[in-house]
Design a protein around this ligand. Structure first.
Ligand code: IPM
Ligand code: MG
Length: 371
């Protein structure tokens, strides 16, 4: 079906293609049942691209991706590529996409579905009803800043180093997103750095404080050191609403937050750029927080729900299709209440189901909800 919306699909490696293919069944369902159509274009990224072209992202695929209205991403990486040159590693395909599209705002919601309270390793009263959002700065900091390298100091000694660097505008723009998101939620922002040790942290805190005075009307903002934040996330996660932090701390804290919800297999994410003043267009990529999971890749066992919930975030943030996004979220919630589950969220007495079986259930729930 021809459409005025182009969706670039980058399944990548490991379980990426499995969960993406199942999620595309819901894209088809939307076309058939809701007349919501996309021109779906597919490309290779990560190891899959390296195997074919010797690079984790070709310029052609990057150009197609930049042209699309939204990107649905799977996962990249795997032990097979451990020996590959650093700049040709699968992860570099993902990092280049983030950088080239300037996807500076990474939204990683951590929500506990009522039916999954028991799947978490934390006590039910600590996590039931949890709904927090980690906002990770995604195009700056130690992931990209120069200088970085490995150099020889003497014949026996080398040094490896990275730079953590943030500028005022970089901190301000992610801070603004944090305030906007908090306004639509519970109005609380926790800004996380290590201003007790790092100069980039001192600046981060100073800029956030000034931004809050100028633009944070109605926002309840707190500062917290990253190590304390990790501890608070497992001690009392419900104290948070929006956590805004840098690239590296956001990477680590979001994995931690993910496990509060029971499984990394449930967590979606959105990576957004800024809105182009002339065209109104905003680059956006949607991907599950889980990686390529090489241990279960190719076995049809991966939980497809994080990818599906990423599609739901795409409908919500890129296409303003709130009703359809709500519909998908509802179908997920219902599917979890009773019936079979994938191994990562397995519970006593439930039947086990694989990637495809889980999506069969979702499609049935979508039918039930719309008929
Ligand atoms: C993530 C991943 C990536 C990151 C890897 C695959 C490069 O861990 O999206 O959290 O470190 O950002
Ligand atoms: Mg990570």
């Amino acid at each position: 079906m021809s459409s005025n919306r182009t969706l670039m699909v980058l399944p990548g490696d490991g379980v990426g293609p499995e969960v993406v293919n199942e999620t595309l069944r819901v894209v088809e369902w939307l076309a058939k049942n809701k007349s919501i159509t996309f021109n779906v274009k597919e490309g290779l990224v990560g190891g899959a691209s390296y195997d074919k072209y010797g690079t984790p992202l070709t310029d052609e695929t990057l150009a197609d991706t930049i042209e699309a209205d939204a990107v649905l991403f799977g996962a990249v990486g795997g032990p097979k590529y451990d020996g590959v040159d650093f700049d040709k590693r699968p992860e570099n395909g993902l990092l280049r996409l983030r950088k080239e599209m300037d996807l500076f705002a990474n939204l990683r919601p951590a929500m506990v579905f009522p039916a999954l309270v028991d799947a978490s390793s934390l006590k039910p009263d600590i996590i039931s009803g949890l709904d927090i959002l980690i906002l990770r700065e995604l195009t700056g900091g130690i992931y990209f800043a120069e200088p970085r390298g490995i150099e020889e100091v003497s014949s026996k000694v080398k040094k490896g180093y990275d730079t953590n660097l943030y500028t005022t505008p970089e901190i301000e723009r992610i801070g603004r997103v944090a305030f906007d998101l908090a306004k639509a939620r519970n109005g609380k922002v926790t800004s996380v750095e290590k201003a007790n040790v790092m100069m980039s942290g001192v600046l981060w805190r100073e800029v956030m404080t000034n931004l809050h005075i100028k633009e944070g009307n109605g926002i309840d903002m707190h500062h917290m050191y990253a190590d304390n934040c990790a501890m608070q996330l497992v001690r009392d996660p419900k104290q948070f609403d929006v956590i805004v932090t840098d690239n590296l701390f956001g990477d680590i804290l979001s994995d931690c937050a993910a496990m509060l919800t029971g499984s990394l297999g449930m967590l979606p994410s959105a990576s957004l750029g800024s809105v182009d003043k002339n065209t109104g267009k905003r680059f956006a990529m949607y991907e599950p927080v889980h990686g390529s999971a090489p241990d279960i890749a190719g076995k049809g066992l991966a939980n497809p729900l994080a990818e599906l919930l990423s599609l739901s975030m795409m409908l919500r943030y890129s296409f303003e299709m709130k009703d359809e996004a709500d519909l998908i979220d509802k179908a997920v919630s219902l599917a979890l209440e009773a019936g079979p589950r994938t191994p990562d969220i397995m519970a006593h007495g439930r039947e086990k189901v694989g990637t495809k079986g889980m999506m069969d259930i979702i499609l049935r729930k979508l039918e039930e909800l719309t008929n």
